[in-house]
Design a protein around this ligand. Sequence first.
Ligand SMILES: NC(=O)c1ccc[n+]([C@@H]2O[C@H](COP(=O)([O-])OP(=O)(O)OC[C@H]3O[C@@H](n4cnc5c(N)ncnc54)[C@H](O)[C@@H]3O)[C@@H](O)[C@H]2O)c1
Length: 417
Amino acid sequence: MSQAREKSQIRDFALAEQGELKIDWVREHMPLLRQLEEQFRQTQPFAGKRISMCLHLEAKTAYLALVVQAGGADVAIAASNPLSTQDDVVAGLVKRGVTAFGWYGATQEEYQAHLREVLDHDPIALIDDGADLATILHQERPEQAARIVGGCEETTTGIIRLRAMSDEGILKYPMIAVNDADCKHLFDNRYGTGQSVWDGVMRTTNLVIAGKTVVVVGYGWCGKGVAMRAKGLGAKVIVTEVDPIRAVEAAMDGFSVMPIVEAAAHGDFFITVTGNQYVIHKAAMERMKDGAILGNAGHFDVEVSKPDLESLAVSVRRVRPNIDEYKLADGRRIYLIAEGRLVNLAAGDGHPAEVMDMTFALQALGLREVVQHSYAPGLHKIPRELDLEVARMRLQSWGVTIDQLTDQQVAYLHSWQ
Ligand SMILES: NC(=O)c1ccc[n+]([C@@H]2O[C@H](COP(=O)([O-])OP(=O)(O)OC[C@H]3O[C@@H](n4cnc5c(N)ncnc54)[C@H](O)[C@@H]3O)[C@@H](O)[C@H]2O)c1
């Protein structure tokens, strides 16, 4: 038995072949990562280094783990969300030599145990998604945290937590804020979330979006994508915000803007994408129409207040896979998709492969950067050159070329007289 198979804690190794097919499918559609895989195989930037990751355990992240492995790393990976884990992909990954911890539907205790297992791998570098590994390292394992050379953070919520740690001066190692790269949030958060949220909602509910009223809570990078695609599907879109600039943006993009309690009475579908907690709460739920459907696309399952929903409900039952019906005392029914976890991952396959190709190219390049250079502890931007390199690779993969500044134009742009 291979070392990876011996150490891993997964659902069923017999699913490996099916998982490998899924990984091979996305590999086919991720030309940037394929290019980096080849480059890393030759240059071995992670030779002999142990690297731990906490990411959604599905085919695209599996391929990222294999690209890092091709660069010489001994990789261990844990699931960042029990409902987005695909057991066959995990098995396929283990078959290809990556140590993995996680299965679909893991309990909170099992999930927490898997995060500790991936840290027991004793990594020198990390890829984190939501800063869960960072939190455990700093709260429970400060000596181990001091040994970490650095890492990369995938998502907005993780960056918020790391920034708070960095501002307090307690972050013990350097982290690259991959989410803040232009080639990440402009495409992954906007186009990736925009498409995959509706894929998740449509395949789970099997309902039409055209003609319905969609309330998008939060008009950040993800919210813009979710609203844009809802409009494209024929929905009437209402945006709720707390940031006046983003609210103006939403209004000038053609959407109605109002407070959540007002929007509550109109919505057929509600999608939360704020990175904040309890943005849909009791006062809003009390005004919702019978049959309102709630989904969350923010990182944690705290955006829809489940305590409020539970306190209002007289009964709860599962009416379809991934849909729970909360019946209120007056007979109204409110439906929650995927227990309020990321609807696009817990009730879908996540972002399209081509979008994650750019994000994970940044992760792979960011990881190489932080491992090969001595960054100070704290949160760091990804070097602009790497961001531009990913955009160039994307254009090249499409066969698209663009113009170059002439020397005269460069001089003009740097002159003031
Ligand atoms: N589903 C996915 O695949 C996916 C992908 C990327 C990011 N995310 C997650 O989605 C969340 C949002 O990410 P983002 O990049 O759009 O962040 P962002 O910071 O660009 O946008 C969040 C927006 O929510 C608004 N907001 C905060 N509290 C609010 C409230 N109570 N009511 C209304 N609006 C409120 C903020 O003002 C802001 O405009 C984060 O948790 C992030 O980690 C999910």
